[in-house]
Design a binder for this molecule. Structure first.
Ligand code: UDP
Length: 411
């Protein structure tokens, strides 16, 4: 086993860790990669994150943090491509990766890939370089299809995920539920799956004074604010959240603030606008657009409650961010929150995912006065264990384990 600083190749082919958070293809996975790499870099390990070069890329190599570089790989085409088209160019990206590696004179100790497309790139590298390969799927095609929202995921994805689950050395799952599904629907070996929850940046996400946060954002002290933060994807269930608002008409000063999305020209935004009109809640719903992550704490702090109305969620990092800012979370029974939330105190997992159930959950956190709201510091204390340094140390255990014992991989 190696005890010195490790050289780790992190693969994030389709989505850049410095991309626009909250836009269609960029969200929690980018935050995860960035935060994990930063923590491991601080511990002295060397991390190279490989992503696809796009039209906005500035330079091939970007120094992100201490010991962390972002490397843009090109296959000669920098325009937008559908995710699936990347499948056919994975070999090209491997050649670009090898060219970079040869120029730089580096040999990696292990590969950590994120999402199935990067997993396929990682699998080529694993076989050619004979180094361990750790995979994190973030979402699984079979589970997305079961949630039946948006475009179905192709069989190609599911077959590839099965192949990866069999051939890699370790799978990191963010919840015990994901581990169980990996075993049930993908035939993954139990001993290969390590459950490590996602993290939260406790320095950035802290409670601010609620009224000051409201003033800063232009909201009134006597309003009740329900917040959504995230991408506009059919799986996220924003349609249900808007429909839930139709059941909350007897709360006159209630607002739904929606953060994220790809702007007013996007079809997802226009669809949601139509729903807002259909349910006649246009005077209560505010689309705030995409907000830089560093500017999110006032939104969480201003809100009475954050809602995760998703049909499928692998974890739901916005929930941790909200709790870290002292704001309770109401969620459908997805992701990690059954274990994290203390029902009635820090949040509520609604029993089913209908708009009426969501509305009842939200109502629970709309007290008559702010003084009746949960104490922010107590809510925050419930997520101290999710500090990224703890995530990094659990991931390092997984790395150490595969470097010690590489016997689980079979192609
Ligand atoms: N986010 C952001 N600005 C936005 C919308 C989202 O910075 O306008 C960030 C948010 O802080 C969170 C991530 O995007 O860290 C979303 O992660 P989550 O796990 O909730 O959802 P995913 O994108 O993985 O489905």
């Amino acid at each position: 086993m190696k005890t010195e600083a490790l050289k780790i190749a992190i693969l994030s082919l389709h989505s850049s860790p410095i991309g626009a958070l909250g836009s269609r293809n960029t969200g929690g996975m980018s935050v995860y990669i960035r935060e994990l790499a930063r923590e491991l870099g601080r511990c002295g390990h060397h991390l190279d994150i490989f992503t696809r070069r796009n039209a906005h890329t500035n330079g091939q190599v970007v120094n992100l943090d201490e010991n962390v570089r972002l490397i843009h790989l090109s296959n000669g085409h920098v325009g937008p491509v559908p995710k699936l088209a990347l499948y056919h160019t994975v070999e090209d990206y491997f050649r670009a990766l090898e060219r970079f590696q040869a120029q730089d004179g580096l040999c990696y100790d292990l590969i950590h890939s994120h999402y199935w497309l990067s997993g396929l790139l990682g699998q080529i590298a694993q076989n050619r370089w004979q180094v361990p390969h750790i995979v994190m799927f973030h979402t699984l095609g079979a589970l997305k299809n079961m949630a039946a929202a948006g475009e179905p995921e192709p069989e190609l994805r599911i077959v590839s995920e099965k192949r990866l689950a069999k051939g890699c050395h370790c799978i990191v799952a963010s919840t015990a539920k994901e581990r169980e599904k990996l075993m049930r629907f993908y035939g993954a070996a139990a001993e290969k799956i390590k459950v490590v929850p996602c993290g939260v940046n406790l320095n950035l996400f802290r409670p601010l004074d609620r009224l000051a946060a409201r003033r800063r954002l232009g909201f009134e002290a006597d309003e009740s604010i329900v917040l959504y933060v995230g991408r506009f994807d059919p799986l996220k269930g924003l349609d249900r959240l808007i429909a839930a608002f139709a059941y909350l008409r007897n709360h006159p000063r209630l607002r739904l603030v929606i953060v994220g999305g790809d702007g007013e020209q996007s079809s997802a935004f226009q669809y949601l606008q139509r729903l807002v009109l259909k349910y006649d809640v246009q005077d209560r719903v505010i689309f705030a657009g995409r907000i830089e992550q560093s500017d999110l704490p006032p939104y969480y702090s201003a809100a009475n409650v954050l809602v995760i109305p998703s049909r499928y969620e692998s974890f739901g990092m916005v929930g941790l961010e909200s709790l870290a800012c002292g704001t309770p979370v109401v969620t459908t029974p997805v992701g990690a929150f059954k274990r994290i939330l203390r029902e009635g105190q820090t949040g509520y997992v609604v029993s089913d995912d209908t708009p009426v159930a969501l509305a009842r959950g939200i109502e629970f956190f709309l007290p008559a006065t702010l003084a009746e709201a949960p104490v922010p510091e107590a809510v925050r204390a419930s997520v101290f264990e999710y500090d990224w340094s703890n995530v990094a140390s659990a991931i390092m255990d997984a790395y150490t384990n595969v470097l010690t014992n590489q016997t689980y991989a079979s192609n």
